[in-house]
Design a protein around this ligand. Structure first.
Ligand SMILES: Nc1ncnc2c1ncn2[C@@H]1O[C@H](COP(=O)(O)OP(=O)(O)OP(=O)(O)O)[C@@H](O)[C@H]1O
Length: 692
């Protein structure tokens, strides 16, 4: 019926949940384009916030145009425009002039302009200025009517994320219509919270974030939106914690002497931090409630043995356990170390990864279903539909930030509410972790094994290269191994692969022939990667040249050198992760950071790594220097994806929002009170978005 109303031009009220097709001008084709941006409903559309703003400037004389800037000019067309066709592209060119000079104006694929732009036409145009063959050019400038120009002057024009075929103008127009026609009154955020935290109402926030009159109103709108994102997130986490975590577990366990025996068998003593965390986990598993715990610990702090202990306890209680990791290389490694450590206790581990043959997989499924397998180690393959577990009581996920909440949830649905341990080496401060992982209890391994020698670091330039090669040679002669992280190539994985191969060849020429050098890159098949990694683990490869695929979690304690090319191109947290691949054993380890960058800031940044081996410290320093950026890889996480909020930059708002959520949760976590009806509905939609 809605379409009829639209065609008849009758008054209609748009609903947030309506498809965007109710908006005038959005046909099937445009709808598909919006879908590429994950915009399906009117609500999605109004929550497609600008990624920035364009500030329109005063008209300037052509004589003042500077190449590389954006400017607005008013010119007369002084020669007959030209319309050319070049390889299917129509190019419309004309010469504009004002009292101070000439500029060429060019438009692509807009042949119809010839009907409106002729010799003598006066135009106001805005666009990027470049210089081509000595003349100034504006390509594809925006044509503005006098009225538009006056309206836009000194305002902030929204700039949106787009997709091919969808222009900023189209998105702006659609949002303008939605904001006009949608009833935005009726704020879901309780008024007492708005008052307490000095937040503008929802309607103003939406209007002003898209079409702000000035910076101040935009910032006010932004504050409200960021607050909402954090608030809904925190409240959702609190609900989960209340409803899911406070449930009785059907897998209440007893302590097992075998765990003590495993600790006895280790060639080292657990650190106090490891002991403390193990106590916490034992209390969880024997406590009768479903455990959901995040184990946070710096690289190399020894999280794996904690996972092994928990899995052993699970198996000794007659249940199955699973551990899911982000890469096959890592899965294989965990599989091998668990098999080695646990087979003496009669535990049967199996591996399940994507690269296995259909037959191998079928066998694995069978072993899982019949409980012949006690512990299943694998990648995403573990959550395939075909996998049927038998009494899956514990799920360990490694490096949680690589998995979204959705994947975690799918995994959970495989068992009957198993206990969950999430291992993370992401160095976020405890205060922040408590909020962001609000649905999990938190344990921190804040101590490295005492036997570890601190890694020796150096930041060097090209002139040090021969020394670096000799140093690698010396270490290898002592029986050690080295990682070399290749310069980054951003264009494509294929180019990256070629680059690694070329680089390896060059490196071989610079090292004596007895040194075995191999490479690893993202384009290689999982099987090939595994083979290389296995040979490296066995010590058959001395130097492993790699892209950052080695970053996550591999453990080869015999490797003592990490040499990183173009270190300035990496974030500090990533460099810290890479460096964490060495210094994992009893030998003195070294990290050589190559950088030819001259910039003072770059040097300062790398210097932080040079002087500290503490992930938390490095992260906080990097934050000060660079701002949040993608520092912790947190943006990749499904869980911490906010449309506008930034967990680091907006930490203050995050604190307030979580406080506000706590206040409500304390009184009425399920939002049963009448005054929370709108909030409940909003939260429901939000939660659907992040969990389903
Ligand atoms: N208490 C300890 N004393 C000495 N060595 C230990 C101790 N705990 C673990 N290790 C060893 O330290 C190395 C690193 O441990 P592990 O692989 O568990 O680190 P991790 O915390 O998972 O680090 P990452 O996040 O980098 O993967 C392993 O070789 C492990 O055997």
């Amino acid at each position: 019926m809605k379409t009829d109303l639209k065609s008849e031009g009758m008054e209609q009220t748009m609903e947030r949940k309506d498809s965007i097709s109710v908006i005038k001008g959005i046909g099937e084709k445009t709808q598909k384009l919006f879908a590429k941006l994950d915009i399906f409903t009117v609500e999605d559309l109004i929550e497609h916030y600008p990624r920035g703003y364009d500030e329109y400037e005063e008209i300037i004389p052509v004589g003042q145009l500077v190449s590389g800037t954006i400017a607005t000019i008013e010119v007369s067309i002084v020669a007959n425009p030209q319309l050319k066709k070049v390889r299917g592209l129509t190019i419309f060119t004309c010469r504009g002039r004002d009292y101070s000079g000439d500029v060429m104006l060019t438009w692509f694929n807009m042949p119809f302009l010839k009907n409106t732009i002729r010799i003598g036409t006066r135009l106001i145009v805005r666009g990027a200025v470049t210089r081509k063959n000595q003349s100034l050019v504006m390509e594809q400038p925006k044509l503005l009517s006098k009225e538009e120009y006056v309206n836009c002057l000194h305002t902030l024009q929204p700039v949106y994320s787009l997709t091919k075929g969808l222009s900023n103008h189209m998105v702006t127009k659609a949002i303008q219509t939605a904001v006009k026609e949608l009833d935005l009154t009726g704020d879901y955020l309780p008024s007492e919270i708005r008052k307490k935290y000095k937040l503008v109402d929802y309607k103003s926030a939406i209007k002003r974030i898209h079409f702000p009159t000035d910076k101040h109103t935009m910032l006010e709108a932004r504050k409200r939106i960021v607050f909402d994102e954090f608030f809904l997130f925190s409240l959702a986490m609190m609900q989960i914690k209340k409803t899911k975590n406070n449930k009785k577990s059907r897998y209440q366990m007893d302590l097992s002497e075998d765990c003590d025996q495993l600790i006895e068998n280790l060639p080292y003593d657990l650190t106090n931090a490891q002991k403390k965390v193990w106590q916490e986990i034992k209390a969880d598993l024997t406590g009768g409630m479903i455990a959901n715990r995040l184990i946070q610990g710096d690289v190399g702090s020894g999280k794996t043995i904690i996972a092994a202990l928990a899995l052993l306890m699970t198996v000794k209680n007659g249940y199955q356990g699973a551990i899911m990791v982000p890469t096959e290389v890592l899965a294989k490694q965990h599989y091998e170390s668990l098999t080695k450590e646990l087979s003496v206790f009669g535990v049967h581990c199996i591996l399940l990864v994507g690269s296995m043959t259909a037959k191998e997989k079928r066998e694995a499924y069978k072993k899982i279903q019949t409980h012949e397998a006690d512990i299943i180690v694998g990648t995403h393959a573990l959550i395939q539909e075909k996998v049927v577990y038998d009494k899956l009581a514990l799920v360990v996920t490694d490096e949680q930030h690589r998995f979204g909440v959705k994947q975690r949830e799918t995994f959970l649905s495989k068992g009957e509410n198993p206990h969950v341990l999430v291992m993370s080496a992401t160095p976020i401060p405890r205060t922040l972790a408590i909020i962001l992982y609000g649905d999990l209890d938190l344990s921190v391994i804040d101590e490295l094994p005492a036997t570890r020698l601190p890694i020796k670091n150096c930041v060097v330039n090209e002139s040090y290269r021969p020394n670096a090669y000799r140093f690698i040679e010396k270490e290898i002669k002592k029986g050690r191994q080295a990682y070399v992280i290749c310069p980054m190539v951003e264009e494509s994985e294929t180019m990256e692969a070629e680059n690694v191969i070329d680089y390896t060849e060059k490196l071989k020429q610079n090292l004596p022939p007895f040194i075995v050098v191999e490479y690893l890159h993202g384009k290689m098949k999982a099987k090939e990667k595994n083979e290389i990694m296995e040979r490296f683990v066995r010590g058959e490869i001395h130097v492993l040249v790699s892209t950052t695929v080695v970053e996550v979690g591999v453990n080869v304690p015999n490797a003592t050198i990490m040499m990183i090319e173009n270190a300035e191109r990496f974030g500090l947290a990533q460099l810290h992760q890479l460096r964490g691949r060495v210094g994992r054993g009893e030998y003195q380890s070294y990290c050589i950071l190559f950088s030819n960058a001259e910039k003072k800031e770059t040097k300062e940044r790398l210097d932080i790594l040079n002087h500290s081996n503490d992930g938390f410290y490095i992260a906080s320093e990097d934050l000060k220097l660079r701002g949040p950026g993608d520092l912790f890889g947190i943006r990749q996480s499904g869980m911490l994806e906010f449309k506008m909020a930034d967990v680091f930059n907006d930490a203050e708002i995050l604190k307030d929002a979580s406080e506000a959520a706590k206040e409500i949760a304390k009184k009425d976590v399920r939002l049963m009170l009448k005054k929370y009806v709108a909030l409940k509905e909003k939260l429901h939609l939000y939660a659907e978005d992040i969990y389903l």
